[in-house]
Ligand binder design. Structure first.
Ligand code: NOJ
Length: 553
């Protein structure tokens, strides 16, 4: 099958199903709800949707714990609803990529239930089960996982433990076992045959583990990571999935990476290696923390942000393809982040400047639901209002350990994943037009000014700004293929870059300053202004002003 690389021209909208739209008013988003909003997505102009997991699941980690890979979680709908959604998307020229969560399953998956209840189970070797130390009193080694604590859970009263890099309800699959890989290939082909267009591969850089399973030198976070991030067989496994599944479909893959270096990124997406098409790399979202640990907060600095983004722009040019994103279901909202203003008259203006700064880079832009209307963090005041398993685990650890509390406690709520998971705000009614009943996670009243109904009425809204940017991508090849160059990299207020293709040059200038600033580029002869967030242009750049120019040489 010829791969058309359609993803290079795509703008992908991420839907977090439980928070997008509630079709049956039970307080939880669902597939019929999504179907009812497809015209909205069409109006925005996106041509692909990434759907976070809708598979059958006990929802311990909101669907990232799958108990049946071939069916739909019943509160989200049925397989028929899914098929209808897919065909309604395709009718509108919108492709669909699904979340592929195969580093781990749910502990309620039949494979796991059988594996731990019977030593002779054919599924025993689907998981990573090891003998504990001291006759089973201690785990096999000192590795620690992503939600804090040991990566091992004891199996009943036995002397054996299973590995879980996330919650204990998410046991890791044993990719060394060829039968596991056969299962994954079958799952991929099942959905691809149904017509889905690709996958966002959850924590895919964790699937191969070093097989020594020895303790590592103790560390505060992710002890043992050298054994489970970018393990020795990662490339072999990914290539196998390509050869046995992706190859036969015109599909795309974007892999979620964890602490992935530039070198690793290139090795995973180099087209000649046929592994993945894109990687989500978090170097730019880690701009406001230390060591890639979100709890270790630090102030945003534009020069650092530019440097990180530019590094990937230069390195991947003609070698791979970037994913471009600011938000997702694990990140807090970008409104009020990355130097932008959370409230008041400059808020939407600054959100537009930030949006333009990432949207015209080379790569495929992703928009997370609500980002296009500038949704904010809910800023809940008490732990009882948060539901996220990660936050709750971390909170407990802080309660039990003063040292951990001192290290990470201060910003626990600020960085909570629930910040991105409050219901999509369709209007300013009691339950945000999301549902007629109390949503599973509430938003807050002081954020209701950010809603779709108002955004569609206001021609100056962030929604229409995104719509214009999407339209521009469809019309200007330079936005897709132009070579990137960062200008004035040390300017602390302006993000300035060009994209050049043949005789076309795009010039993007985005201010991240609350004050008026001088632009170092004086001569703009021949440049036509295509997009801006201010009605009139003066010599100086107004607070958070952005301008996108096109020049035909
Ligand atoms: C990454 C997902 O984005 C996150 O939401 C989830 O908790 C973990 N992977 C585990 O699947």
């Amino acid at each position: 099958m010829n791969h058309t690389n359609w993803y290079k021209n795509a703008v992908i909208y991420q839907i977090y199903p439980r928070s997008f739209c509630d079709g049956n008013n039970d307080g939880l988003g669902d597939i019929p709800g999504i179907i009812s909003k497809l015209d909205y997505l069409k109006e925005l102009g996106v041509n692909c949707v990434w759907l976070s997991p809708v598979y059958d699941s006990p929802q311990k980690d909101n669907g990232y714990d799958i108990s049946n890979y071939r069916d739909i979680y019943k509160l989200f709908g049925t397989l028929d609803d899914f098929k209808l959604m897919l065909s309604e998307m395709h009718k509108r020229g919108i492709r669909l990529i699904m979340d592929l969560v195969v580093n781990h399953t749910s502990d309620q998956h039949e494979w796991f239930k059988s594996a731990i209840s019977d030593k002779n189970s054919p599924y025993r070797d689907y998981y990573i089960i090891k003998k504990g130390k001291n006759n089973g009193k201690k785990p096999p080694n000192n590795w620690s996982g992503f939600f804090g604590g040991s990566t091992w859970e004891r199996i009943g009263n036995t002397d054996e433990y299973y590995l879980h890099l996330f919650t204990k309800e998410q046991p890791d699959l044993n990719w060394e076992n060829p039968k596991v890989r056969n299962e994954v290939v079958d799952i991929l082909r099942y959905w691809l045959d149904m017509g889905v267009d690709g996958f966002r591969c959850d924590v895919i850089t964790l699937i191969s583990k070093k097989q020594d399973f020895k303790s590592r030198f103790p560390s505060i976070a992710l002890c043992g990571k050298d054994a489970y991030i970018m393990g020795p067989k990662i490339h072999t496994y990914l290539r196998e999935l390509y050869d046995r599944a992706y190859q036969d479909y015109d599909c795309m893959t974007v892999g979620e990476s964890v602490l992935c270096s530039l070198k690793d990124t290139i090795s995973l997406i180099d087209p000649s290696r046929k592994e993945l098409d894109m990687i989500f790399n978090f170097s730019h979202t880690d701009v406001d923390n230390y060591f890639g640990v979100k709890y270790f907060y630090r102030n945003f600095k534009l020069t650092r942000f530019k440097k990180r983004l530019a590094k990937y722009q230069y390195a991947l040019y003609q070698k791979g393809w970037n994913s471009l994103f600011l938000e997702n279901h694990d990140q807090r909202r970008s409104t009020g982040r990355y130097g932008t203003i959370e409230r008041g008259p400059l808020s939407i203006i600054s959100a537009k400047s930030l949006a333009a700064s990432y949207f015209f880079l080379q790569g495929t832009p992703f928009i997370y639901q609500g980002q296009e209307i500038g949704m904010r963090n809910p800023s809940f005041k008490s732990i009882d209002e948060y539901q996220d398993v990660e936050l709750n685990n971390m909170y407990k650890m802080c309660q039990n350990n003063g040292f951990i509390k001192m290290l990470i406690g201060k910003h626990l709520f600020d960085v909570s994943r629930d910040n991105a998971r409050t219901p999509m705000q369709w209007d300013d009614s009691k339950y945000f037009g999301f549902s007629n009943n109390k949503p599973w996670l509430m938003g807050t009243d002081d954020n209701k000014d950010r809603n779709v109904k108002d955004a569609l009425i206001d021609k100056d809204s962030l929604f229409y700004f995104y719509q214009s940017m999407i339209e521009m991508r469809k019309e200007c090849p330079v936005i897709i293929d132009g070579k990137f160059d960062l200008l004035y990299k040390n300017n602390p207020n302006l993000f300035i870059y060009t994209r050049t293709l043949g005789n076309q040059q795009l010039l993007v200038i985005c201010s991240f300053s609350k004050k008026e600033v001088k632009c170092p580029i004086k001569d703009l002869t021949g440049y036509n202004l295509l997009l801006t967030n201010y009605k009139e242009q003066k010599d100086k750049f107004m607070p958070f002003e952005c301008r996108v120019y096109l020049k035909e040489k």
